[in-house]
Design a protein around this ligand. Structure first.
Ligand SMILES: Nc1ncnc2c1ncn2[C@@H]1O[C@H](COP(=O)(O)OP(=O)(O)OP(=O)(O)O)[C@@H](O)[C@H]1O
Ligand SMILES: [Mg+2]
Length: 289
């Protein structure tokens, strides 16, 4: 396969059969360490023999990205809905590339994605712009296999060189953004499965190690053909699920309680699947290690 122009990580023939690459997103508040960690994760995965591509949103290089850039720098005023749709369109511009790249066997590590998209818009507290509305233009985009949220107190984030002058870099806004992210883990549908919260207050290397151990599970599942089959699709929240904590606790035959964390782990490995129609979890024990 040809090496894509400009990549830091030239393609190498894998030593074993790869079903597909994984799609991993790094999310977090401003200054949480996303860009630092995307680079470290890419380097570590590449050193471990995986093929890697990296992208970031917003992609300010496209015509839509340039409009977003101008808005973020307060050079242009825009209606909250209009700018929201531009952010979403900026992701749609890359949708086909993401699918093709994953299918070729590359793992993509992505700096921000639709979580930032819906959460930053919803955090503006515009009564005419709900979280559910904010998610809607992203429905149909490639669904990440894992979303790693770098959890950091905005006070701590501010100490890392302080916020800049861009539109969303105010502490109250960041507090709301952080809360909406943390809500995802507990009360949202697919997002409760996909999102992994990591303490981003530790040293760069400690954070990198935590991310790597989570990402390695996801990449192995995708490459080994165990993940949710082909790359998933971002889905709407079914009626009633948005504000309901998913039932992810169950008892085994000998009465042992499987807590959410374990179940999520098995979902990520492709051993368990949620059926939104019946609201039940289908465990596939024949796939379990
Ligand atoms: N674990 C850490 N501990 C202390 N400082 C850190 C840590 N991780 C990153 N930093 C520093 O914090 C600053 C912001 O890091 P980085 O640019 O990676 O964050 P980001 O989430 O990509 O920010 P932005 O949202 O502005 O793009 C940098 O100066 C970086 O060196
Ligand atoms: Mg960054």
């Amino acid at each position: 396969m040809a090496t894509p122009a400009g990549t830091d990580y030239p393609w190498r023939e894998p030593s074993k059969l790869v079903a597909r690459g994984a799609f991993i997103v790094i999310e977090g508040l401003d200054r949480a360490g996303k860009t630092t960690q995307v680079k470290k994760l890419c380097d570590a995965l590449y050193d471990a023999g995986h093929n890697i591509q990296t992208i970031r949103f917003p992609d300010r290089t496209t015509p839509i990205g340039k409009m977003i850039d101008s808005y973020l720098q307060s050079k242009t005023e825009m209606d909250d809905h209009a700018i929201h749709l531009l952010f979403s369109a900026n992701r749609w511009e890359k949708s086909k590339w993401i699918k093709e790249t994953i299918a070729k066997g590359y793992t993509i590590v992505c700096d921000r994605y639709y979580y930032s998209g819906m959460i930053y818009s919803a955090a503006k507290q515009n009564p005419e712009l709900s979280l559910k509305w904010a998610k809607s233009p992203d429905i149909g985009l490639p669904r990440p296999d894992a979303v790693i949220f770098l959890n950091l107190d905005p006070e701590e984030a501010e100490k890392r060189g302080g916020y800049g002058t861009e539109k969303y870099e105010r502490k109250e806004m960041q507090q709301r953004v952080r809360q909406l992210f943390l809500d995802m883990e507990y009360v949202r549908h697919d997002e409760a499965i996909d999102m992994i919260v990591i303490d981003a207050g530790k040293s760069v290397q400690q954070v990198a190690d935590s991310i790597y151990s989570e990402a390695a599970i996801t990449v192995d599942a995708a490459e080994g053909g165990k993940a949710r089959g082909p790359l998933g699709v971002v889905r709407d929240w079914p009626e009633g699920t948005v504000d309901r904590v998913p039932e992810v606790r169950r008892k085994t035959e000998n009465g042992e309680l499987i807590v959410e964390r374990h179940l999520r782990e098995s979902i990520r490995k492709g051993h368990t699947e949620y059926n939104p129609g019946t609201g039940e979890w289908l465990v596939k024990p024949w796939l379990c290690d």
